[in-house]
Design a protein around this ligand. Structure first.
Ligand code: HPA
Length: 269
């Protein structure tokens, strides 16, 4: 595994001279943020040695190097989900490769169902914490030398990044909400009883990604910032049928606002 990570990182280093400190993971329906990046280099996943290949609709699968907010960034356009059949080592492989490439900051985004009754469809939720409800742990197995065997998780989402995002949203008049993201394995959306249970657990939003990536990044000492786009509501009395297309549509509408926050943050780091 470590060998593969180093091999992949080496291949990328040979194919680009860029060494960004910040990486962005673009979630479901959020690939258009990539258009805001002045792209210098884009590698389709299938061209990168050892990289898994993304299968889900709305993920075109490219590793991008470019400039955003006047700074160098790399971006994963399309991520790997557990529900697609990948194991957690594969799901988090790109994060380990990006760590090997020298990133210090990771911005993650996703589409999620809101369970907090104050949320509305199209809200941007700054992720303050998470609940790992996935059936497999990304750090299962021999410990990676990037961090301790028993990693502390009391601040998985960097509080300085959160403060920065709050300030930017205020300055720009962008409505944001905040909350805890819970990750399920999917691919089913939740039953009303499940939404209710997750809310009782203490979660404000639920989705099928992000948490494994954040755990691995945190174990590597990478500072993390996360945003969920609330694409549907799992709030009692407001639950309606949800489809992948609707999730995409709702995500599409808010992409520019998320892009604005990300761009401004990159500029200020
Ligand atoms: N549940 C799980 N994943 C999701 C949802 C949801 O309601 N919306 C977008 N991704």
């Amino acid at each position: 595994m470590l060998q593969q990570i180093k091999e992949t990182a080496e291949w990328i280093k040979q194919h680009t001279a860029m060494r960004p400190l910040t990486a962005i993971v673009l979630g479901t329906g959020l690939g258009r943020l990539a258009q805001e990046i002045e792209i210098v280099e884009a590698f389709p996943y299938q061209d990168i040695p050892n990289f898994p290949v993304s299968t889900v609709e709305g993920h075109s699968g490219k590793l991008i190097f470019g400039r955003l907010g006047g700074k160098d960034v790399m971006a994963l356009q399309g991520r790997f989900h557990f529900y697609e059949g990948y194991n957690m080592k594969q799901v988090t492989f790109p994060i380990r490769v990006m760590y090997e490439l020298g990133i210090q900051n990771l911005f993650v985004s996703n589409a999620a169902g809101g369970m907090n009754p104050d949320f509305e469809i199209g809200d941007l939720m700054l992720i303050t914490d998470h609940i790992n409800f996935m059936p497999e742990h990304p750090l299962h197995g021999p410990n990676f030398p990037t961090g301790p065997r028993f990693p502390d998780m009391h601040e998985a989402y960097d509080h300085q990044f959160l403060d920065m995002a709050r300030a930017i949203a205020k300055e720009k008049g962008i409505r944001t909400v905040e909350g805890v993201y819970l990750a399920t394995q999917g691919p089913t959306f939740e039953t009303p009883a499940e939404y209710k249970m997750y809310h009782i657990f203490g979660a404000d939003a639920v989705g099928m990604s992000t948490v494994p990536e954040v755990i691995v990044a945190h174990h590597c000492g990478i500072r993390v910032f996360g945003v969920s786009i609330i694409t549907d509501l799992g709030v009692e009395g407001k639950i309606v049928e949800v489809s992948h297309e609707e999730v995409q549509k709702a995500a599409d509408a808010v992409q520019p606002l998320m892009a604005e926050i990300f761009r401004e943050m990159v500029k200020r780091i």
